[in-house]
Every structure is written in C-alpha cells, then in structure tokens.
Ligand binder design. Structure first.
Ligand code: ZN
Length: 273
C-alpha cells in the first residue's frame, strides 16, 4: 500500500495567525514542528495499517516547512517550488491507495474559517463550471485523475464541514474551532496527533471511498487575479479571454492541466507592480 499526503500549515493545530505561517514570524518554528508531527502521526498510522511508502508534499509557503530529520524511513518528501502540480506534486509518481490532506483550510469564498484563501496571493477567486473551487477540491480532482481517493482531511471545524460538503463523507480530524479569521479555540498538539492517528486509521479501514470525479471536463475556468496588470499580460496569450479588469476565462481539458496553469500564474505573480 502507498499513501500520499499533501500538507499545508494554516489548518494545523494551534495555528491562528499569519505570523505563524512564514519564516521569521512569531512562533513559525513551533508551527512547523506541529505541522511535522501532524504529518508523521498520520503517516505512522498508515504504516501501521500496512503502507510501505508514504509520499509527502510540503505544500505551504516556500514548501520547505517540514523537518526532514523527523520523518520515518518509509516517507519520501516533495520540497520547494516551482513545480507544475503544485500542492499535489508527487501524485504522478506511481499508484496510490489513498490521499490525506493535512493542515488544509477553507477557500477564498468561505465566510468562516482560519486564514481562508485559494492558492497564492496572485489568485483571488477561482470558479470552474460556475462552482467555487478551493485547494481541497483541486487536490481531490488531481488525485482523482490519477486514480487515488482522498480518504481523510484535517483542519479547522469550518474547513472540515466545507471539505465534506464538496468531497462527500471522507474521514476527518478537526484540530481546532475557527472563532474568526485569525482566532481559534484549539486542542493541544498531543490531542491533535491522536485525532489524526484515529482518523487515518478509520480511513484506511474503509474501502468505500471512490476517487473524486466532481469536476468534469471540459472545464470552463474563471479566474480573478489580484493584479489587473497580470490579467492584461496573460490575455496576450490566445487561450485567455479577458472578461474584466481582474478576470480571465479559459478552458482546460483536465484539472491536472488547470493545476499547471495555476502554478505558472502563481509563480509569476505581477501583483507587486
Ligand atoms: Zn498554506
């Protein structure tokens, strides 16, 4: 059995503010340790259930948050950007039996949740076939196109509710309640690790979760960018139709292709100009 984990930091136990999510900020070094321990707890539970290999994608910030020395030998780690499949890089390397999304958070159109956003600062809003798409749906759809189901998600309570509304009855570990955008009622790290172990174990004992297929091609993509300059420059390319100062419309034949475009656009962010 092989398991794939994509790990973000905003939905990790204890994390409540932007400071904790960036190197140099208040408590970042502590938050990355919580993140590492969370991922290891889920990976260890998977290993106990029979996973011989766990591939982990470090999917936040500079994508070098997880402490490599803390990972057990059955783990492999995807680090650093840029990379075309972004938060799901590594899913293309062989078959996986299941995917865990750990430390994830609500999207830019979520009214409730901790540090909600969708992808990089360059992107403000993403709609596909008239439905709001967040990082969880993108991850699940890319995994689905590679034949792997999302079995478990973890983050704040609002996030888990939204993820289940989008993905169906997946297993979940709620590690904090969202009191506001930058305020939480959190459990302790030890409690969070236990919840992650339990959710991962429950997830791997089930056999009824199918790969996500909720984003059907052709994909009609509407993307709202922070920078009107970036929208202008991208509209030089024939595939992009400019539908507003900040808005582009384009078509994709798969979510994997869409993810490549979003990674490209996010990595060449013109919003500072
Ligand atoms: Zn993040």
């Amino acid at each position: 059995m092989r398991i794939y984990i994509s790990a973000d930091i905003e939905g990790i136990v204890g994390v409540a503010s932007y400071d904790q999510t960036e190197p140099g900020g208040f408590e970042y070094e502590t938050a990355r340790r919580w993140m590492t321990r969370s991922v290891v707890a889920a990976a260890a539970a998977a290993h106990t259930c029979g996973a011989q290999e766990v591939v982990i994608s470090d999917s936040h910030g500079n994508a070098q948050n997880l402490l490599l020395d803390e990972l057990p030998p059955y783990c492999r780690l995807v680090r650093s950007w840029p990379r075309p499949l972004a938060m799901m890089q590594g899913i293309e390397r062989g078959r996986y039996d299941g995917v865990f999304l750990i430390g994830y958070h609500g999207g830019s159109e979520s009214a409730r949740g901790v540090i909600t956003h969708t992808l990089s600062g360059a992107i403000q809003r993403l709609r596909v076939n008239d439905v709001a798409v967040d990082e969880t749906v993108l991850a699940a759809a890319v995994a689905g196109e590679h034949g792997a189901p999302v079995l478990m998600v973890s983050g704040d309570d609002a996030y888990v509710e939204q993820a289940r509304a989008a993905l169906g009855d997946v297993e979940a570990a709620v590690v904090k309640d969202a009191l506001g955008r930058q305020s939480v009622l959190t459990v302790t790290p030890e409690q969070a690790l236990q919840r992650l172990r339990d959710a991962a174990t429950r997830a791997l004992r089930r056999g009824d979760i199918a790969p996500f297929s909720g984003l059907a091609a052709p994909l009609d993509v509407r993307l709202e960018l922070r920078s009107p300059l970036q929208a202008e420059v991208l509209a030089w390319l024939p595939m992009f139709e400019r539908t507003g100062a900040h808005e582009l419309r384009f078509r994709c034949t798969s979510v994997t292709e869409l993810t490549r475009w979003l990674a490209f656009i996010g990595d060449y962010d013109l919003s500072k100009f």
